[in-house]
Design a protein around this ligand. Structure first.
Ligand SMILES: [Zn+2]
Ligand SMILES: [Zn+2]
Length: 112
């Protein structure tokens, strides 16, 4: 299981340092668009009701501004966005999975 060591906001990117000395650079727009919360992904809630995913045109510029990062135990982080959206819990594994550096891409291809 991956553990986040540190993070830093660099322009429109969130730079994440991992405890295994790896670094990921994730674009904020991609993080927001891939927000794992039920509202964004349209997954059924506890009662089996399907939420309609937010449409792209519902988003405003501030939707892609990262206001705050709050840790959620040793499991992940909660990202707070400029439009007040904050229900997405990004697990460390999820964030690491989003890393598209050469090293991680190679791992996905070879399965190593
Ligand atoms: Zn969301
Ligand atoms: Zn990587």
């Amino acid at each position: 299981m991956y553990q986040l060591d540190s993070y830093q906001l660099i322009g429109n990117y969130l730079a994440i340092g991992w405890t295994d000395d790896h670094e990921s650079l994730l674009s904020l727009s991609r993080l927001r668009d891939e927000c794992p919360c039920a509202n964004c992904q349209g997954e059924p809630d506890l009662f089996g009701r399907l939420h309609r995913p937010e449409q792209a045109h519902d988003k405003i510029d501030r939707s892609y501004e990262l206001v705050d990062v709050q840790s959620v135990g040793r499991y992940g982080v909660q990202l707070i966005w400029g439009d007040g959206h904050s229900t997405g819990i990004y697990s460390f594994d999820f964030l690491r999975e989003m890393c598209d550096c050469d090293q991680c891409q190679m791992k996905k291809v070879t399965g190593a």
